[in-house]
Design a protein around this ligand. Structure first.
Ligand code: SAM
Length: 337
């Protein structure tokens, strides 16, 4: 059931740079892989594009109905995952598109609604599921082995004290299962006592790890890049905005693999001859302007990477190019039948 609770609007990040990287828009067909509050989609529609917009959150799709009505015939909303973006575009009637944009992560609406369980600052159920179905953060915290929790928090949260945190979680859940965000935040805070010089709350990294794990965010991003390669026309643009190093590293590795001539290796000499499927618009990532960073703190960690599809046939679908963390065995353990 979609939530009807209103929350603060999401401010689109790096919008001018996104539009510039996607351009020209008029008359073209574009996929907004992360519809959210429709900030990018609205701007693309205003520029004359036809848009297929995707979101895995049923609330975002429900709230987008008004925009569909305004732009009759030029906007199709699809509830689904962006790992599937080529299939969703085809279901909307487009076999090839001029651009794909993705603004990775959670929206302000998701963070602001306590009942979604994304924020350690608000008391709510320990949920964190963008899709509002499947395994929740509470399921993960209450059911996984300690060693798996350590790996998740250590790898996906880049938390050096992961082992101590998982030990405390296991001790506390033996007394009573975790149910709320604040219970988990207090547990982490007990291990990592807060120091006055700390810029971020001690639970930030643990919450990030659980969110990424629950939503399989890194696997989703890797598969979205492969799907974009399949659906983009020659000359089509791929624009990705990320917010932390694990995501950006993945995009960087994909572009390096697809847009830079490699020498191959003794074991994989054919890599040398793999045709390049993308050309990078600019080597390296763009950041938000100082002005935007001051106005919208969320934009401070944003990194934008863009590339243009060549006419080479799609590359290998081997996910090893992404260097994804080895958590596949934990993922299956975290998904009870
Ligand atoms: C940062 S917000 C996008 C905001 C949007 N650019 C705007 O200007 O309003 C990210 C959105 O992507 C959605 N999302 C995240 N991962 C997704 C996935 N794998 N598939 C589809 N949607 C996803 C989230 O539900 C969220 O609504």
């Amino acid at each position: 059931m979609p939530n009807a609770v209103p929350s603060s609007p999401h401010i689109p990040v790096m919008l001018p740079q996104v539009l510039q990287a996607l351009s020209p828009l008029e008359g073209g067909v574009f996929i907004d892989a992360t519809f959210g509050a429709g900030g990018y989609t609205g701007a693309m529609l205003d520029a004359g594009a036809q848009v297929v917009a995707i979101d895995r959150d049923p609330d975002a799709i429900a709230a987008g109905a008004a925009l569909v009505a305004i732009h009759e015939g030029r906007l199709t909303l699809q509830h689904g995952r962006f790992s599937n973006l080529d299939v969703l575009a085809k279901a909307s009637g487009f076999d090839a598109v001029d651009g794909v944009v993705a603004d990775i992560g959670v929206s302000s609406m998701q963070i602001d609604q306590a009942e979604r369980g994304f924020s350690f600052q608000k008391e709510g159920p320990l949920d964190m599921r963008m899709e509002q179905s499947g395994v929740s953060a509470a399921d993960v915290v209450n059911s996984l082995q300690r060693s798996d929790l350590t790996r998740i928090i250590g790898i996906l949260g880049e938390e050096r004290q992961a082992s101590r945190i998982s030990a405390e979680i296991v001790e506390q859940r033996a007394k009573a299962p975790f149910e709320t965000t604040k219970q988990l935040a207090a547990c982490v805070e007990k291990v990592l006592s807060r120091k006055p010089k700390d810029r971020i709350h001690p639970a930030t990294r643990t919450f990030q790890a659980l969110r990424i794990f629950v939503n399989r965010e890194l696997e989703e991003l890797a598969d979205a890049l492969l799907a974009a390669e399949r659906i983009l026309k020659p000359g089509g643009r791929l624009v990705i905005v990320t917010f932390h190093s694990l995501e950006d590293r993945l995009v960087k590795r994909f572009f390096k693999d697809r847009a830079e001539q490699s020498g191959g290796s003794r074991h994989l000499p054919e890599a040398q001859n793999a045709p390049l499927t993308f050309q990078q618009v600019k080597r390296g990532a763009l950041a938000a302007s100082r002005e935007e960073s001051e106005q919208n703190p969320r934009s401070r960690s944003a990194k934008l990477r863009a590339a243009v599809r060549t006419d080479a046939p799609v590359g290998s679908d081997d996910r090893s190019v992404f260097g994804l963390p080895r958590l596949a065995d934990v993922v299956s353990a975290g998904r009870p039948a």
